[in-house]
Write a protein of this length. Structure first.
Length: 247
């Protein structure tokens, strides 16, 4: 991740990764941070990280109750892989506020990614991407190329997708500055928060942050007035009351 290099100075301090999973990034943070911390809701992931990265302080905890797990302020709070997007708008704003008020040091950095609503809206509807007969032929071709076991698993997966879509699709909504979408992740088993670049900047400013930069997953800078083309965007923010200009 380009941002790990650009903010190496901050990442060399006291750092916490929210939603550390199996430690893909935590393993790197342990090498460069004075003190690396990790939080994950899964006890299995926590135990794995404790074994794999004994130098890190890894704890089980819920994103929605960080103060029950975290102690003190951090030079970097990292929330990658769109982890904040499992929250609804109210929870998201509350968690971001909690991070700024309780867990981000003066001059600290919040680094996070989030689903890009502009990318979602730019995609053609499924009915337009592969039309009618052509779509049916494509599905038949794929089925014929599968083993019987794979075909059975495919049928079961599509049934789960349809069930989840019926169950969660009705909970989708669009507001003026964001949307909550039942996307294809985990067989349509989740609702995810989507937001556009400038709306995310306004949200951060409302919560007492100053946006430092926004980038595509490949590192391309996405400036004000641009929406970005990737499915997710990375944001770097700091407390709005920082002294002096931001980089």
């Amino acid at each position: 991740m380009l941002l790990l290099v650009r903010y190496r100075e901050q990442f060399s301090g006291r750092v916490v990764e929210i939603g550390c999973g199996a430690g893909r990034l935590l393993g790197y943070l342990v090498e460069i941070a004075e003190r690396a911390h990790g939080i994950d809701v899964s006890s299995t992931m926590v135990q794995y990280c404790r074994t794999a990265f004994p130098a890190a302080d890894v704890r089980q905890g819920d994103l929605r109750a960080l103060s029950g797990v975290l102690e003190g302020a951090f030079d970097v709070v990292l929330a990658s892989d769109n982890i904040l997007d499992i929250l609804d708008d109210g929870e998201r704003r509350r968690v971001l506020t909690e991070i700024r008020e309780r867990h981000l040091a003066p001059g600290g950095r919040l680094v996070f990614s989030t689903h890009n609503l502009a990318h979602l809206d730019a995609r053609p509807p499924a009915s337009e991407s592969v039309g009618g007969v052509a779509r049916a032929i494509d599905l038949l071709r794929k089925a014929l190329n599968r083993s019987p076991a794979a075909a059975v698993r495919g049928v079961a997966r599509r049934r789960r997708e349809r069930f989840n879509r019926r169950r969660l699709g009705r909970l989708e909504y669009r507001a003026g500055d964001h949307a909550v979408i039942n996307d294809e992740a985990h067989e349509y088993g989740l609702l995810h928060y989507y937001i556009r670049r400038d709306d995310q900047q306004r949200q951060l400013e409302q919560l007492g942050f100053a946006l430092i930069e926004c980038r595509e997953l490949d590192g391309t800078l996405v400036g004000p007035g641009r929406e970005g083309i990737g499915p997710s965007l990375y944001y770097v923010a700091g407390p709005a009351n920082l002294d002096g200009p931001m980089p």
